[in-house]
Unconditional design. Structure first.
Length: 556
């Protein structure tokens, strides 16, 4: 397990402990006796040797990793949620020391029974200030854990569906826990009214400390607190020494628009961005989980240290090529030029697992263009809302046909559409699927034309062109306008074939490559040759006046 996984596991153990603690508290809404009954199971879970090791081991490890993370940071410029989580986390040990020493340590050293009757009596009646501090401790620890839990799970594609329910649980559990504690306190007030000796009897049953006892508990508590401040001071001193050493060795990072940052060697690229106040996406806060901080290295790639196994797994999950690295994990030792791949306001979904082709690669696919005939002239005589209605119905026909056939709608351009086939299945299956989609589009437009006959001056007609060949496929664009698309001569040829349907007055034109890959015999249809730019040989194409003649009905 790497440091990130150890931090996660230890944090989950602590959050689970706190959750069971709050559930036990909430039983106070029933009665003090219900709290005591729940405590039996709570003690059985956490005070056996294995539970004790898991709990206190996780506590020590998690705190140690917090100090390590603080040391690793080269500056403290960070998003608000990161600063909040870090601050809350560092407050917990100071408040927790008193509680642990007064309950678990007192039990182990003096046999004090920390029953709910004794604890509620102490925090509610005898020392309400300590009760307020305990409530603050629980709120801080719970909020710290929930922030970490949220930023861990938000990278899962399914999380957004369950987030409202999880948020409700995260809100209700501490509320119910505190209400249970208050209700138990009121019950104790009632018991004291009925029996004035109840306090002495409870303290006697719980074997409370006698006067003069517990000095070593105070020493232990002070030792924890002073030890915390001492370690924190050592971390700050170590950071200062490292800074003095690293400032003598600097690296230069060049960003887009000629932005240049000079930072000490040892900075990650993400830290350099934040140090220079350059907006840079990082949904997970620089923990190497989300991949939203990824950059493309333009210059200086050969001098970079290799990615760690954890970084390599994240990059592989999103299909990143070799020259793409995680800015939060890359600590360059030489000058480099980097370009962030995602906008600064990237969302968690941008870090989901995705096929490698989304990062950009060349592959053989089938490309289809479809376009309505004479639609521009018809649009001149239509009201805007009528035109939008007709176009949306047409786009629905095209979109559903392409999706059913296993293709991807690339874009709608005016009254035309572009679709990609075979990205995941290969060119042969892509060509067959593109022909099926063309068949369904032509038939769908014909049905749409008949249903809108009253509103149309003439029937809707469509021309489709399909070509297959190499193209560069990947997510391209900017911000919300980024989508999967393809570029290259194959795209241009497919568009040209669609244009030729007007000249030949036909429904479909396909290239010879498409016919061969689809296993379709088109020798009975008119055959033409087309001169294509950047190609020596002529492109052979087939003109199909009526698509029904080729007998395609369903996707393979």
């Amino acid at each position: 397990m790497n440091v990130r996984q150890i931090r996660l596991v230890s944090g989950l153990v602590l959050l689970f402990y706190l959750g069971t603690h709050l559930i036990n508290h909430s039983l106070g809404l029933i009665s003090l006796e219900a709290m005591e009954a729940g405590r039996v199971w709570f003690i059985a879970l956490w005070r056996n040797p294995l539970g004790t090791l898991a709990l206190y081991g996780s506590l020590i490890v998690h705190l140690g990793l917090a100090f390590y993370a603080l040391y690793r940071r080269h500056h403290l410029r960070m998003p608000l949620w990161e600063a909040l989580q870090l601050t809350l986390g560092l407050c917990i040990p100071l408040l927790l020391a008193v509680h642990v020493v007064g309950t678990r340590l007192a039990h182990e050293w003096y046999g004090v029974e920390d029953s709910y009757a004794k604890i509620v009596l102490s925090l509610w009646k005898l020392s309400p200030d300590a009760g307020v501090k305990q409530s603050i401790l629980i709120a801080i620890a719970w909020l710290h854990g929930c922030i970490g839990f949220h930023f861990w799970l938000r990278l899962r594609p399914w999380y957004h569906r369950y987030a409202p329910s999880l948020f409700a649980a995260a809100l209700l559990l501490p509320v119910l826990g505190h209400l249970g504690f208050v209700q138990a306190g009121r019950q104790i007030d009632h018991l004291i009214e009925l029996n004035p000796n109840w306090i002495e009897q409870t303290q006697e049953r719980s074997k409370s400390l006698k006067p003069g006892q517990g000095r070593d508990l105070v020493t232990a508590r002070d030792g924890v607190i002073y030890g915390f401040w001492g370690i924190l001071a050592l971390v700050i001193v170590a950071r200062a020494i490292r800074h003095l050493y690293q400032r003598k060795r600097r690296v230069r990072i060049l960003y887009p628009e000629a932005k240049e940052v000079l930072v000490p060697r040892g900075f990650s690229v993400l830290e350099a961005s934040r140090f220079a106040r350059i907006p840079h996406a990082s949904v997970c806060g620089g923990r190497g989980r989300c991949s939203t901080c990824r950059i493309r290295v333009i210059e200086g790639f050969d001098s970079l240290p290799p990615p760690s196994p954890g970084e390599a797994r994240v990059l592989g999950r999103v299909g990143a090529p070799a020259n793409v690295r995680l800015a939060c994990q890359l600590r360059p030792t030489h000058d480099l030029t980097a370009h962030p791949l995602l906008p600064a306001d990237a969302r968690a979904s941008d870090g989901y697992s995705q096929p490698s082709y989304l990062a950009g690669q060349e592959q053989n696919i089938a490309i289809m263009f479809a376009d309505l005939r004479s639609f521009t002239g018809m649009a001149e005589h239509k009201l805007p809302y009528d035109l939008v209605f007709i176009l949306n119905r047409y786009f629905e026909v095209v979109g559903e046909a392409v999706t059913r056939a296993g293709g991807i709608v690339d874009k709608f351009i005016g009254d035309g559409a572009m679709a990609l086939f075979g990205i995941e299945t290969g060119a042969e299956a892509g060509c067959r699927r593109a022909l099926v989609a063309a068949w369904e589009i032509v038939n769908g437009v014909d049905k749409l034309s008949r249903s809108l006959a009253v509103e149309l001056a003439e029937p809707l007609k469509i021309g489709v062109g399909i070509h297959s060949g190499p193209a560069v496929v990947g997510r391209m664009g900017y911000g919300a306008a980024t989508h999967l698309t393809a570029i290259g001569d194959t795209v241009n040829v497919a568009s040209r074939l669609q244009d030729l349907t007007k000249e030949y007055g036909c429904q479909l034109i396909v290239s010879e490559q498409v016919a061969k890959l689809a296993g379709l015999d088109l020798s009975l249809f008119p055959r033409h040759e087309l001169a294509v730019r950047n190609r020596r040989e002529l492109l052979t194409l087939y003109v199909i006046a009526d698509i029904q003649a080729i007998g395609i009905a369903r996707a393979p």
